[in-house]
Design a protein around this ligand. Structure first.
Ligand code: SAH
Ligand code: F3S
Length: 487
């Protein structure tokens, strides 16, 4: 995946919901339509919700018109993401005219942010459920069945849904998400996530391993360990990350950090490809990079958002590292894993950002030459530190101009990176047909770049060695020469 596709993904994230369905269970008789927006965690959460509701008699449907219950799993990260959900609610309202029995519930970050206000602002909404309250859905649904509105937006200290086996919705049967932490304690000043997803807590490594083993048994070949800040993973018997200091000596001695978790997972399933997202530069340690280098099945790819290249802006964002420390981390990654792909998230037009700060971002990008990236214009989020303390003073036009400049840089760097793969033979995991051609497969190499090649007799879920012959800035094009030894 490179910048073109990323741009599509960014647009997807904001503008298109994704409907999820699972195989029907014959004894179930009510129909659930569930749509998800935003980050991978939301998609993963929807799989937990579908699992909880399958036990309550719900099968999923792709057909909105026939739904008994419509759920929308929402994103608050930028204003546009919220506006998209409001538009969808209008559509649900229109459908309700022909299907008056239909109930509508809002899940996720907007539910948490707006709470009861949602019921006042959007008359169509019957139920508001925050990200830590999904186990209460059976009770909440009873409430709405009896004609009352229902709200649960209580954030939890220990909910990780480790004991809920997610149903894999719309899965390609090859790759799956496994959530390992919830919440975030970082308090970046622009970010609404700490308010909507609560304090950071880690999931029991045993339950993570069980889920990974189960996925392998079901034929999955690749997992992505998910968290807002995976490097901060810390298991010491349960509880919040911030309470670790109060843990007993025994708990401290037997604690599992992210590097250890990676090792445990890599060893448990040595043929499974392992990815993770997202890494925060201030929390990423050398032992994680060393664990990646030590295990061939941990993919050589790190999503390492930096947001800005200016020390002054990094400080105002409460990103707890400098530009120089970031370069040091990049240098260490390249030293330990020379062919590691690195991607970014960037924000243009954070309050007080000057042209000079913007130039610092461009020069940082020039130094790193990211493989791909996700780039955004700053969007003020109510309740965040930046919204409370700083005036959103960069005009929209300037934010957009700076955004298009960093996108141009990224496009050039993406092409530079894809060109480095030309002539090489790389292992690719086949995920499914190419979007553009029925006769080609699509998969990704270890670095997460999309590779397209003629199908021949190869099958979805197989590892193949592909000779890379051509590239665009987003895609590698090649020819499969043999099965890889990993099958
Ligand atoms: N740690 C998280 C980050 C979530 S937000 C993760 O798992 O990815 C994803 C990205 O959205 C951030 O890295 C940031 O670049 C962008 N973002 C967050 N808040 C924003 C805001 N107020 N305006 C514009 N972009 C924002
Ligand atoms: Fe948001 Fe910063 Fe956490 S971007 S999710 S507060 S690491």
């Amino acid at each position: 995946m490179t910048s073109n596709e990323n741009m599509e993904k960014v647009i997807d994230e904001n503008q298109q919901g994704n409907t999820l369905t699972l195989e029907s269970n014959d004894s179930n008789n009510r129909k659930l339509y569930i749509e998800s927006y935003g980050c991978q965690m939301n998609f993963s959460d929807s799989e937990i919700v579908a699992s909880i509701l399958a036990k309550e008699g719900f099968n999923t449907t792709k057909n909105l018109e026939e739904a008994d219950l419509v759920l929308v799993n929402t994103c608050s990260i930028r204003e546009k993401a919220e506006l998209t959900v409001r538009k969808r609610l209008e559509k649900f309202n229109a459908v309700k005219k022909t299907n008056p029995g239909m109930k509508v519930g809002v899940l996720g970050c907007m539910a948490e942010r707006l709470k009861n206000k949602f019921l006042e602002e959007e008359k169509i909404v019957d139920m508001v459920v925050g990200p830590d309250a999904y186990k209460d859905l059976p009770n909440l649904i009873k409430e709405i069945d009896e004609g009352r509105n229902a709200v649960n937006v209580i954030l939890s200290k220990d909910e990780t849904y480790g004991d809920v086996a997610p149903v894999r919705l719309n899965s390609n049967g090859v790759s799956a998400f496994v959530s390992i932490t919830r919440g975030c304690d970082n308090m970046c000043t622009f970010c609404v996530v700490p308010f909507t997803r609560g304090r950071e807590r880690s999931r029991n490594p045993q339950s993570i391993l069980e889920e990974v083993n189960d996925l392998w048994d079901k034929g999955f070949k690749e997992i992505t360990l998910l968290g807002q800040n995976v490097d901060s993973y810390l298991w010491y018997g349960g509880g919040l990350k911030k309470d670790f200091e109060k843990a007993s000596d025994m708990q401290k001695a037997t604690s599992v950090n992210f590097a250890k978790l990676l090792e445990l997972v890599a060893r448990a399933q040595p043929k499974m490809r392992i990815r993770f997202s997202t890494s925060n530069p201030q929390d990423m340690t050398l032992d994680v990079i060393e664990a990646m280098a030590a295990h061939e099945n941990i993919c050589n790819y790190i999503h390492l958002p930096v947001q800005s290249g200016s020390n002054r802006i990094l400080k105002a964002m409460n990103r707890l590292h400098s530009r120089e420390e970031y370069f040091e981390l990049i240098d260490n990654i390249r030293k330990i894993i020379p062919d590691c792909a690195i991607s970014q998230d960037m924000i243009t037009g954070f309050p007080t950002e000057t042209e000079e700060d913007h130039q610092d971002t461009l020069s940082l990008m020039e130094y790193v030459k990211y493989d791909f990236g996700f780039m955004f214009a700053y969007s003020e989020r109510p309740g965040t530190m930046a919204a409370r303390k700083l005036y959103d003073d960069v005009p929209e036009k300037i934010k957009k101009r700076r955004l298009s400049e960093i996108i141009d840089f990224q496009q050039r760097h993406s092409l530079y990176r894809t060109q480095q793969h030309l002539g090489k033979i790389e292992e690719v995991l086949i995920e499914g047909p190419s979007k553009k051609s029925d006769t080609h497969w699509k998969g990704r190499n270890s670095q997460n770049t999309v590779v397209v090649f003629p199908k021949k007799n190869y099958k979805v879920g197989e590892f193949v060695n592909v000779k890379i012959n051509e590239c665009t800035s987003a895609t590698l094009i090649g020819e499969a020469i043999e099965h890889s030894k990993n099958n």
